[in-house]
Design a protein around this ligand. Structure first.
Ligand code: PAF
Length: 301
C-alpha cells in the first residue's frame, strides 16, 4: 500500500494503492482470453478508450470506470484513421511510460496498447468503415472530413474486441460523444455509454492533450473560449433566444482576442440540429496558435 499524488494540470489525484499487477496487452487474442475468464466469473468490465498522453480528464474517466465495474480496461491507441491528411498524427503527444505509471496507480486491470497492424491488419483502403450519417459531416466533421468515420470505426472495433458492460467517454468531445451514442444505438450494441463532465484548468480551459501545443501567451488567451460560452449560456438561461445574434457576438469576441474560429453554434443538445424546446448545447472550435481547441456548455431545460 502506497500513497501517490498524481499531478496533472491543476488537478491532483490521491491514489491509495499501486497495482503492480496491471497487465499490459497488445494482442486481441490474448486480451479476449483474459476477458473471457472474467466474464465467466460474472465480473463486469468497463472500458476507457484513449489515445494516451493521459491527463486529469482521462483519470476521472478511469475513476468512474472503477466505480462501475469490477474490472477496468484502458486502451491507448493513437488511431491513424481519425487524423485527416495534414493533421498531427505523427507529432501527436505520446507518453507511454508516464501513462503506464498513472494507470498502475489507478488500479487499472488491463492496459490494451495494440499496434496499428493489430487494429488495422488490412490495407486501410479495404477496411470496413462505420459511418454515422449527418452527425459526421457537421461542425468538426465539416472541418475535418473523415474524422468521425475514423472515430466511429475504431470505437466500434474496440467495443467489439472488449465487449464491455460500460464504456466511458469525456463530454469535452461532445460531438464525438453523440456520434458514439448513435452508433451504439443504431448497431444494437449492449454496452452502456457513460459520459463524464469536462475537467478544466483553474483558468477554465478544458483539459486536452493538444493543450501541449499552446505557448504561455496562447494559454492565457485560450481561457476566453470558456468565458464566451458561459456568457452566452447566461443570456440564454436569462430568456435570450436570438441565437444568431449571440453567435455573432461570441465570434466577434473570439476573433478580437486572436482566435481563428471554426464554428460557434447554439444547437439542440441531442441532434446537434437547430435549437428547439429541449436541452441546448453551445459548441465551439477555434484555432489559437498551433492548437485547435474545442469546448462546449450544455444548457438543461
Ligand atoms: O477521444 C479520444 O481520445 C479518441 O477519439 C477515442 C475515443 C479514443 C477514439 O480514438
Amino acid at each position: 500500500m502506497k500513497i501517490t499524488i498524481l499531478q496533472s494540470g491543476q488537478e491532483s489525484f490521491q491514489v491509495k494503492s499501486i497495482n503492480s499487477e496491471m497487465k499490459s496487452i497488445d494482442s486481441i487474442t490474448e486480451l479476449r482470453k483474459q476477458l473471457n475468464h472474467w466474464r465467466q466469473a460474472g465480473l463486469r468490465i468497463a472500458l476507457v478508450p484513449t489515445m494516451g498522453n493521459l491527463h486529469a480528464g482521462h483519470l476521472s474517466l478511469i475513476e468512474k470506470a472503477r466505480k462501475l465495474a469490477e474490472k477496468v480496461v484502458v486502451s491507448i491507441f493513437v488511431n491513424p484513421t481519425q487524423f485527416v491528411e495534414g493533421e498531427d498524427y505523427e507529432s501527436y503527444p505520446r507518453t507511454p511510460e508516464e501513462d503506464r505509471k498513472k494507470l498502475e496507480a489507478l488500479d487499472v486491470d488491463i492496459l490494451f496498447q495494440p499496434r496499428v497492424h493489430e487494429i488495422y491488419p488490412v490495407d486501410l483502403s479495404h477496411q470496413t468503415k462505420v459511418i454515422v450519417p449527418h452527425l459526421d459531416n457537421i461542425f468538426c466533421g465539416e472541418s475535418r472530413p473523415g474524422h468521425f468515420a475514423g472515430v466511429a470505426t475504431v470505437v466500434t472495433k474496440l467495443l467489439n474486441i472488449v465487449q464491455p458492460d460500460f464504456a466511458i467517454f469525456g463530454e469535452k468531445d461532445y460531438q464525438q460523444l453523440q456520434v458514439i451514442r448513435q452508433l451504439v444505438r443504431d448497431l444494437c450494441m449492449t454496452v452502456e455509454v457513460v459520459s463524464m463532465p469536462t475537467l478544466r484548468e483553474a483558468s477554465g480551459l478544458a483539459m486536452s492533450s493538444r493543450n501541449a501545443y499552446l505557448t504561455d501567451q496562447d494559454r492565457e488567451k485560450a481561457a476566453t473560449l470558456y468565458r464566451v460560452l458561459n456568457e452566452m449560456a447566461e443570456v440564454i438561461r436569462g430568456g435570450g433566444d436570438n441565437y444568431q445574434e449571440l453567435e455573432k457576438a461570441g465570434l466577434k469576441i473570439l476573433t478580437d482576442e486572436g482566435f481563428k474560429p471554426d464554428y460557434l453554434a447554439v444547437v439542440d443538445a441531442e441532434t446537434l440540429g437547430p435549437p428547439g424546446e429541449g436541452d441546448l448545447a453551445i459548441l465551439v472550435a477555434a484555432w489559437i496558435g498551433r492548437a485547435r481547441l474545442i469546448d462546449n456548455v450544455i444548457i438543461r431545460r
